[in-house]
Design a protein around this ligand. Structure first.
Ligand code: GDG
Length: 502
């Protein structure tokens, strides 16, 4: 049997015990709440994406400060003279401190080095990474901007800094150089590639050295840890102690461990039972004409790693092989556009339109269309309603660190019904072994997996869903954070000891 379920309260007690002597600071590129100014009126919304989904509930529970780039047009008007604002705006529980970047900085550091360089480097999606020297220079400069802001926030007090993701790989080393007493942990939300791929990056050594300024470095799965440790050993010549998951760089250890990220199971489970969601279900059934149909669902940030064209092709093949399903099954593809100023994403958008036109053009009739595409930033209540309507949910990533959409679908199915079709190239597939696992490149098998989901008897759906739900309930976001915080403090204690004591 697994460990007992972790709750918000239990995590709060753990944080008080382990970290209360330190100021807790989370740092990320993206802010959890963004402000807009429309006709002189300030409004806010929470940002879409896996990082906010995972970290915001933790900060609400633990308190502290979240330092992030203020990219919203209204952000400047929302903060106080120290660039701080209490969030969530409706019911404040922690501090958000915003960092300002120029357009040129945002372009070089975020769109350029992070998203045209590191993102394709770390995902096996066959998109060639672009490495421009000017982007790299800006990336370094912006990591320095963040370091200054974090140090200013710390103001010489004891602090534990928990950095997020690939935008800030150099930050931990900068912090450690400025103040070796700062406890440093980082979670890398995307995969880490094999050495053969990683060495394409012209500044790989500097990235590794930056990350090895952490006491603790977390990835979703063991393979990514192994890849990272191999890169550190082969690129930098760092000493790697596999048996302890430790890497020594500059004679200081970094603990490198897997922490499979998750969702707030209880909250999603409860929210999906709310009257608002039930009303939204009625509205969607009517508006999208879904009554009496078997509905399949995809929810993704529109990104080339998510395998959306592959999914559309498989749906087309499914109707081709199973014409009796025409008119009976509808697939709803929802999700927000992202990184629209990057060329590869514009190409993806065009490709999705072409694939959609091919399938919808071929199979639609006067009363029915096989795929409904809703590429919008949909409100949480609509996403929750879609998850409840859907007989099956498809996650077909070509490569994905974890994929929270899969876990959200499972958490929201309090009725213990529904089938998850899941790519083996996601971190989630390591845990959700009762899903229907299918390779998104194998169109034939993918089409058959859709038929399997459509025809799966209720008893089997229920048995599989019950097992998946107990996995997500057990391994929830609070267990993830608890393990991470405990290991971060343990890593910090170790790194203050001389190497020879091992
Ligand atoms: C990275 C890693 C890792 C989607 N569309 C809308 C919307 N969403 C929400 C989903 C989910 C989140 O965004 C997406 O999370 P994922 O985990 O699927 O993917 P990434 O954004 O690529 O996240 C990933 C994650 O970090 C955490 O470590 O799992 O592997 O790539 O919560 O529901 N939310 C709203 N409107 C939308 O249209 N509000």
């Amino acid at each position: 049997m697994g460990e007992p379920t972790w709750t918000r309260e239990k995590l709060q007690r753990l944080v008080q015990r382990e970290i209360s002597d330190y100021q807790l600071i989370v740092v990320s590129n993206r802010q959890p709440y963004v402000h807009e100014l429309v006709e002189g009126k300030l409004s806010y919304s929470s940002t879409a994406g896996g990082l906010t989904t995972a970290i915001d509930p933790l900060m609400q529970e633990c308190g502290g400060t979240w330092v992030a780039y203020g990219g919203g047009k209204g952000d400047y008007y929302a903060v106080d003279e120290n660039n701080r604002i209490q969030v969530p705006p409706d019911d404040p529980s922690y501090t958000l401190r915003l960092v300002w970047l120029t357009e040129q900085e945002e372009q070089g550091y975020y769109a350029g080095f992070s998203n045209e360089g590191l993102w394709p480097l770390c995902h096996n999606a066959f998109i060639e990474p672009t490495f421009k020297t000017s982007d790299w220079e800006t990336y370094k400069a912006v990591n320095n901007v963040f370091a200054k802001q974090v140090l200013d926030e710390i103001d010489g007090r004891p602090a534990a800094v928990f950095t997020q993701d690939y935008h800030l790989a150099l930050l931990p080393r900068l912090l450690r150089d400025a103040d070796p007493d700062i406890i440093t942990g980082q979670f890398w939300h995307i995969p880490w590639p094999t050495y053969e791929i990683f060495r394409i990056c012209p500044w790989g050594g500097e990235l590794l050295d930056g990350l090895l300024g952490n006491d603790l470095l977390g990835f979703h799965i063991g393979d990514h840890c192994d890849n990272f440790m191999e890169a550190a050993s082969r690129v930098l010549g760092s000493q790697v102690h596999d048996e302890y998951n430790l890497v020594y760089q500059r004679e200081e250890p970094t603990l490198v461990r897997p922490f499979p990220i998750s969702v707030d199971f209880e909250q999603i489970n409860l929210e999906s039972q709310s009257p608002e969601v039930t009303e939204e279900i009625d509205r969607l059934l009517e508006e999208l004409d879904l009554g009496g149909k078997i509905v399949g669902l995809g929810i993704d940030r529109i990104d080339y790693t998510k395998g959306i064209p592959h999914r559309i092709r498989a749906i087309g093949r499914f109707f081709e092989k199973n014409p009796e399903q025409i008119g009976k099954v509808v697939f709803v593809q929802a999700g927000v556009m992202s990184r629209a100023n990057i060329h590869a994403y514009q190409l993806l958008s065009d490709q999705i339109d072409l694939e959609l036109a091919a399938v919808n053009g071929r199979f639609s009739n006067d009363n029915w269309q096989p795929i409904l595409y809703l590429p919008d930033d949909l409100p949480a209540v609509t996403l929750a309603a879609l998850r409840r309507i859907a007989r099956f949910c498809v996650v077909s990533s070509l490569h994905d660190g974890m994929n929270l959409v899969a876990k959200e679908y499972v958490a929201s199915r309090f009725d213990e019904d529904g089938v998850l079709i899941l790519s083996p190239f996601t971190g989630s597939a390591h845990e959700l072994i009762d899903s229907v696992i299918v390779n998104p490149y194998a169109t034939e098998a993918f089409a058959d997996a859709i038929l399997e989901a459509v025809e799966m008897p209720y008893e089997e759906r229920r048995e599989r869903m019950i097992r998946m739900r107990s996995v997500v309930e057990e391994n929830n976001i609070y267990l993830w954070a608890a393990r991470l915080f405990v290991d971060m403090m343990q890593g910090a204690r170790r790194s203050r000891r001389p190497i020879r004591s091992y």
